[in-house]
Design a protein around this ligand. Sequence first.
Ligand code: CO8
Length: 373
Amino acid sequence: MYTPAITGTGVFTPPETITNDELVKAFNAYVDLYNAENAEAIAAGEVEAKEYSSSEFIFKASGIEQRYVMEKDGILDPTRMYPHFRQRSDDEPGIMTEIALKACKTALDQAGIGGEDIDLVICAASNMERAYPAVAIEIQKELGAGGFAFDMNVACSSATFGIQAAADMIRAGSVRRAIVVNPEITSGHLEWRDRDCHFIFGDVATATVLEREEDAKGDHWIVRSTRCATQFSNNIRNNNGFLRRNRPDGMKDRRDMQFMQNGRKVFKEVVPMVSAHIQQHMADTGVVAGDLRRMWLHQANKAMNDFIGRKVLGRDPEAGEQPNILQDYANTSSAGSIIAFSKHSEDMQKGDIGLICSFGAGYSVGSVIVERA
Ligand code: CO8
């Protein structure tokens, strides 16, 4: 048995930002168009008028101030409300591979190794741009990696589930060096025309290199323990899938073909589930709240993280103990906790213990207890 270690992380941040004010301005222009187009049906009570969004609500309800996206013009065009991506030929890397490689490069540089040293690539994200061949295998080719590669999808928990899969294989000796990469183009499957959720997501890619501890070339994190759990819920759902065209109205512009959630229920049900999961994982690993120097939590909602932090630590978290990045990035699905870890872990000292935790659709929750070495 080998000890798995995280030896590098990388974040690719897209070139464009959308502030809450920009987003709300475009959304409200769309509402005006929609209500004008449907004026008769609205007056007859056949169609519901849409309501304006507000920057104040967004910040107060979520803590989000802006989001990064791959392409903003299409999203902010009130006659369109989703990004423009060019059609790529089958002979060039897809857009997920392109952003994944940028995050991989930073993570590999930090680990002091090259793509050719990797023998497992896991592309773990909340959506894949095609069914097959696996995006991970394209990334493997572009990295010049050996071994094997596969895609996995556990929505917002994909990164920690991917880390558990890679860590277990390193522990068992079936792979030597792995990279788990999370290219999240959430802008492609968010419903930007829905006031309840149009502000939630942003685009990003993160990557995590895992190796045997004995192979680590510099500062690294021992993976002390991982734990994953799932429990079925329809409260976060997307019905798009390969059977779409076969079903009645399948090809219509249907609301359920994009991200849908009952946000309030998610909040109420996921907070206790995650708090209990983390507490049990810590108890079973012999880690008490006083041992925990930092928590890098999934980045969906600031109030949610505050609740979880208070429950796990048994007190209000001090500044920096539970860093949030959602004010800048919004919810980036699986990548959020890895951005927080990557950007807010350098100052930790040898022997310090921290916990990465992601949670979301499924429901799903994954936690990784790490120790600075
Ligand atoms: N502007 C102004 N008012 C608004 C807006 C808006 N944009 N939206 C809603 N309101 C109004 C509502 O109409 C309501 O009014 P009233 O009280 O009169 O009925 C009031 O504001 C309150 O609405 P809510 O109850 O919905 O507001 P909440 O306080 O619950 O906040 C949140 C909404 C922020 C969505 C909150 O519920 C939340 O964060 N919940 C948890 C969400 C979460 O963690 N989800 C995880 C999803 S991510 C995941 O699993 C990955 C999925 C795959 C990725 C998909 C990528 C696209």
